[in-house]
Design a binder for this molecule. Structure first.
Ligand SMILES: Nc1nc2c(ncn2[C@@H]2O[C@H](COP(=O)(O)OP(=O)(O)OP(=O)(O)O)[C@@H](O)[C@H]2O)c(=O)[nH]1
Ligand SMILES: [Mg+2]
Length: 408
């Protein structure tokens, strides 16, 4: 169990969602769908627990093969050890009839898999707007601990473009033979695609469709560090799916998780009165380096933060013990979070570490940072890095320069 006082104090529904209980997740999603829950306050409540999931948005014309593609991707990503949630927004048939069933059938046997959660959502009747409701649902599934949330939406109106804006990775599905319709897509959704996929590539016309999309990409300014690939996939024949999963993972490596949380329009963007503990958790979730090492925040408060890491093979040095850089990174993370708990006010200017005992694969290390002293311009933090058995692994001292006045 993680030492997390916030979770123990949290309401029962939140604890159940954070624990990944499917019934609780489904209930909260239904409340969002019915408009029974204020999405802004829900997202604010969930904010400290967000940023782990990668959001993949999939759009394309009605019948483009999106659901079938999601089904094929589920199989591939499950085999890669991922836990996955799917939100299918506005399937073309009405929600009471074929859509829920149809999508379940198309997404097939994966719907019953313990690592998969599938939900269909109707576009009509959303009090707060479809894109806000979808964003809140994504937050619920992110907080519930899914590695990836896949959102399928029909690429037609403005609200679909809005939905795609909250995705970390945006995939546009274009079947062959769309012809002029591709031109129509070009103006809107194609502009924000990170991956272009020619679906149904077992059908004639896949090659010219791919060429057409590539030609159109030349008209678009390239994003920094990422070249939009055009991939040919047949979900029914199972070709190109592994390459597509590779492409998605490559984009995750470039875009990182939690890009959507930095988006201005996100309801959690308003945080003038954010409590220090919430701020620390949010900052930890937004740090790509911290996430890449597998460091998690277990306790936070004014002027303090505790983070932990469980050592895997990737954290070891050539001697087979914990790499000093990992220990430093862990301590430095606690230092950085504790010193920014009053707002983004501190810049690290000095740090020292001593190493006492080695740590090994399988050990869990805890780094706890506390404020030792604070003047107008400088603050000093001490970080103790301990093993589960209580042994002191490292001690760290860090100094920050206070760049702004702290918020109360
Ligand atoms: N030949 C071929 N047919 C496909 C392929 N993928 C999907 N289809 C067919 O295309 C039709 C539409 O597929 P869906 O996956 O439901 O498409 P969708 O884009 O999710 O449709 P909506 O959600 O209704 O917009 C179905 O009849 C599928 O069997 C494919 O790779 N090859
Ligand atoms: Mg569909």
């Amino acid at each position: 169990m993680k030492r997390d006082p916030q979770v123990h104090e949290a309401p029962a529904w939140l604890q159940a969602v954070l624990a990944g209980q499917r019934g609780a997740i489904a209930r909260v999603l239904s409340q969002v769908e019915r408009g029974d829950r204020d999405t802004a306050s829900l997202s604010a409540t969930l904010a400290p627990h967000l940023g782990r999931a990668h959001v993949l948005g999939i759009t394309g014309a009605p019948g483009a093969g999106k659901s079938t593609l999601v089904h094929a991707l589920l199989g591939e990503l499950l085999a890669r050890g991922k836990t996955l949630a799917v939100i299918a927004v506005d399937p073309s048939s009405p929600i009471s009839g074929g859509a829920v069933l149809g999508d379940r059938v198309r997404m097939g046997e994966h719907g019953a898999h313990p690592d998969v959660f599938i939900r269909s959502v109707a576009s009509r009747g959303h009090l707060g707007g479809l894109s806000q409701a979808t964003a809140a649902m994504i937050d619920v599934l992110d907080a519930a601990g899914f590695d990836m949330v896949i959102v399928e939406t029909v690429g037609a109106g403005q609200s679909e473009v809005e939905i795609m804006r909250v995705a970390d990775t945006r995939l546009v599905a274009c079947p062959p033979g769309l012809g002029d319709d591709v031109q129509a897509l070009k103006a809107g959704i194609l502009e924000i695609a990170d991956l272009l996929v020619v679906t149904k590539s077992d059908l004639p016309g896949a090659e010219p469709a791919a060429r057409h999309l590539k030609d159109m990409l030349h008209l678009r300014a390239a994003a920094e560090g990422w070249k939009v690939p055009v991939l040919r996939v047949s979900s029914t024949a199972g070709t190109g799916i592994a390459e597509l999963a590779d492409g998605i993972e490559a984009h995750i490596a470039v875009a990182g998780r939690g890009r959507r949380l930095q988006h201005q329009a996100h309801p959690t963007a308003h945080r003038a009165h954010e409590a220090p503990a919430d701020r620390v958790r949010r900052l930890a979730a937004l740090d790509p380096f911290v996430r890449s090492l597998g460091i998690s925040c277990v306790e936070a408060g004014p002027g303090m933060a505790a983070v932990e890491i469980t050592l895997g093979a990737q954290h070891l040095n050539f001697n087979g013990t914990c790499h000093g850089g990992v220990t430093f990174a862990l301590a430095d993370t606690a230092f950085g979070l504790a010193s920014n708990s009053h707002g983004k006010v501190a810049a690290g200017i000095d740090a020292h570490i001593t190493y006492q005992v080695a740590a090994n694969e399988g050990d869990t290390l805890l780094a706890r940072a506390t404020e030792v002293s604070r003047s107008k311009k400088l603050a000093v933090y001490r970080v103790d890095v301990t093993r589960r058995d209580g042994a002191m692994v490292s001690s760290f001292t860090g100094t920050v320069y206070v760049t702004q006045r702290a918020t109360p």
